[in-house]
Design a protein around this ligand. Structure first.
Ligand SMILES: O=c1[nH]cnc2c1ncn2[C@H]1C[C@H](O)[C@@H](CO)O1
Ligand SMILES: [Zn+2]
Length: 344
């Protein structure tokens, strides 16, 4: 079953570039550019880039991005890291990928335009070399002044036809409410940019409601805690807001006590459009296939459920209805072929 899951065509919608760089790459870039790291030993550096079992909150989890952000301040680094992330995704048969990052955290020596262009270059080179489509989402950060979110949105609008499809709001949810960023998100909506918001992770259902009401979120990053309020669950159902669920990340930020108690199965059974994602491959030391295997082993998802969740990912993707239909048909054919192969 595990091999079969690895082979299934997949989609990933919630994946942070700065939480997913290869540890070896971090070391090589640091050496090449004279960036100081606490250690150049791979196993030791993993402790700085990966979350430990005793991480007890999102705020603590977010500290794991410090060294990655230091390494990602040059064009060369950004091109390489973006390329390698798509390569890693292609290796587990991801056919459609949305990558996200916060451009304003990477402007120590580059302009924000140079940052976005370097990432797009890396993504597009990998798209040319591998059989998958990739789009980019730019993150606004909760702790930054709302005017910075407007700046990120304007940047996203400039690259709307060049690979950027939407904006996100990320960062410390417990201490910074979403409504302050309303102007940016309404600007995005008016310009035809898609909107996703991290919510219902380190704060409750109220945070999800605000993301929908003030920020016109079409998708919610995580949304684990919507079940704290029945009305919010109903709104998510009625408005067909999709959830970018990242079960292992939720375990690491201490939103759930163990995978078996993750509410994703309840949401799936209610007909909510749940999708499955890794969030941060390096921080959580995880692949998307492993995340699906966890659903199978810990949450009683059957193969048909897993396939349905994969198709939910296509339905929730920030692409045209036409592309969705093409991908859904391709995936269904592949599902049948792979199932037949493993039966025989
Ligand atoms: O799960 C998350 N919740 C909130 N913020 C997050 C999460 N994972 C990553 N981030 C932040 C840290 C990164 O620097 C930023 C942009 O990728 O997004
Ligand atoms: Zn995230």
């Amino acid at each position: 079953m595990e091999d079969l899951i690895r082979e299934l065509p997949k989609v990933e919608l919630h994946l942070h570039l700065d939480g997913s760089l290869r540890v070896e790459t971090a070391i090589e870039i640091a050496q090449e550019f004279g960036i100081e790291l606490p250690t150049v030993n791979k196993e030791e550096l993993e402790d700085y880039l990966q979350v430990s079992d005793d991480c007890d909150s999102l705020a603590e989890y977010l500290k794991k991005f410090e060294f990655a952000l230091k390494i990602m301040q040059s064009k060369e680094a950004l091109i390489r890291i973006a390329y390698e992330l798509v390569e890693d995704a292609a290796q587990e048969n991801i056919k459609y990928l949305e990558v996200r990052f916060a451009p304003l955290l990477l402007t120590e020596s580059l302009s924000k335009e140079e940052v976005v262009e370097a990432v797009l270059t890396g993504l597009q080179r990998a798209e040319d070399d591998y059989d998958l489509e990739v789009n980019l989402i730019l993150c606004c950060m909760r702790h930054q002044d709302p005017s910075k979110s407007v700046e990120v949105t304007e940047l996203a609008i400039n690259y709307l036809d060049a690979g950027v499809v939407g904006i996100d709001l990320a960062g410390d949810e417990a201490n910074f409410p979403p409504e302050e960023h309303e102007q940016a998100f309404q600007l995005a909506k008016g310009a035809g940019l898609h909107r996703t918001v991290h919510a219902g992770e380190a704060a409750g259902a109220d945070s999800v409601r605000k993301a929908i009401d003030y920020l016109s979120a079409e998708r919610i990053g995580h949304g684990v805690r919507i079940n704290e309020d029945q009305e919010t669950v109903e709104i998510v159902q009625e408005q067909q807001i999709s959830l970018e669920v990242c079960p292992t990340s939720n375990l690491h930020t201490n939103v759930i006590p163990n995978l078996e108690e993750h509410p994703i199965k309840d949401y799936y059974e209610l007909g909510i459009l749940v999708t499955v994602n890794t969030d941060n491959r390096t921080v959580s030391n995880l692949t998307l296939s492993e995340e699906y295997i966890a659903l199978y082993n810990s949450l009683d998802f059957e193969l048909s459920d897993i396939e349905e969740v994969i198709l939910n990912g296509v339905k929730a993707a920030f692409i045209s209805e036409e592309k969705k239909e093409t991908l859904i048909n391709e995936f269904k054919t592949e599902f049948k072929r792979i199932e037949a192969k493993y039966k025989s």
